[in-house]
Design a protein around this ligand. Sequence first.
Ligand code: USQ
Length: 395
Amino acid sequence: MKILIAGGDGYCGWASALYLSARDHDVTIIDNFIRRKWDNEHDLNSLVPIFTLDERVKEWNRLTGKTIHIINIDVTNYSALCEIINCETKFDALVHFAQQRSAPFSMINCDHAIRTHINNTVGNMNILWALHEYSPNTHLVKLGTMGEYGTPNIDIEEGFITIEHNGRSDRLPYPKQPGSFYHLTKVSDSDQIIFACRTWNLRATDLNQGIVYGYNTDEIDLSPILANRFDYDHIFGTVLNRFCIQVALGYPLTVHGEGGQTRSFIDIRDTVKCIEIACQTPAKPGEYRVFNQFTEMFSVLELAKLVKQVSENIMNIPCEISHLKNPRTEKEVHYYNCINTNLRSLGLQPTLLSNETIVSLIQLAKKYTNQVNLKLIPPQIQWKSENEQISAAKQ
Ligand code: USQ
């Protein structure tokens, strides 16, 4: 298939580009490298050093003879995007990862919330208009998030729920309760896509992905020049990867609050498989479908305990769990049960979280502890201002 990957220089995008290219898809990456600029702006760095995209694709070509095309454009630049989408042989699929994906980043201040909003919402709308005008048959595979649903006190379905009201019934978009301005942009993207499919007959799959963990894929492992990013900081680092890195540093695991927050999780080796499955079984013209892209559910405290047990019992590394004041506004005890049958019915064989994976992540982190800036470990971005925290405590 001819596949365009928007945001192919990032954590999921790069791993997916390699996976698809390895399977003989004709892959083009578009990226404006803004994530690398945000790293510089906030003094962040990937734990594993990463090479430029140019160096990465040259190395891939040297090792495999395969070509990944790269184009430096910003999806918020409509005319530049249209030039790519309006090519002679149209893309079969456009996989859209090109978004600001950190909840804490979007909660730093108004400027960061607006930058997240513009990058994500304008970028998504540009993609929809460009497909509408120049390539309506290209299947949009959009990275959404399980965080669109929030933590309702009922089971979370895949995108839609049948509701009975006053004796009538309809299948409607599942209610959304996002937990950050970032997550809110994903909800807005979903609404835009539903509308575009209904109005213009576009075809789209919204992949509501859980929290991705892991590092290695068969392709990434081929060479250090193909290294993927591995975030450990309080802005872009996600919970399980952070816990494994914290073990390697001898740093107490940073559980926010009680740790009863339960979320859906997926290994990056399954993320790349899901992307290929979605591309190879496209939505029909006019169809908007949702796949909940995760394999398991854990609470934050369950993960901390699992990491501690692997660290102490298998690796002989002492590990403490600390409960920090929660910087976010989120339920710490709640019901959580999500459905994920669509990808499995299309053949996904889940890679479940194993002790081996945790060991390999801790070992990887141990190799790179000299890259770590310890100041970036504790959470520093508060969802509420101090005054709001004081008045919330009084209630
Ligand atoms: N948490 C901790 N300690 C930490 C980091 C996080 O207890 O050191 C807690 C958070 O408070 C939260 C949970 O772990 O309850 C998940 O936080 P996270 O930073 O791992 O993930 P999140 O902010 O939800 O966002 C990540 C990705 C985002 C994706 C989302 C999927 O950055 O792009 O959309 O996971 S989901 O969580 O399903 O919305």
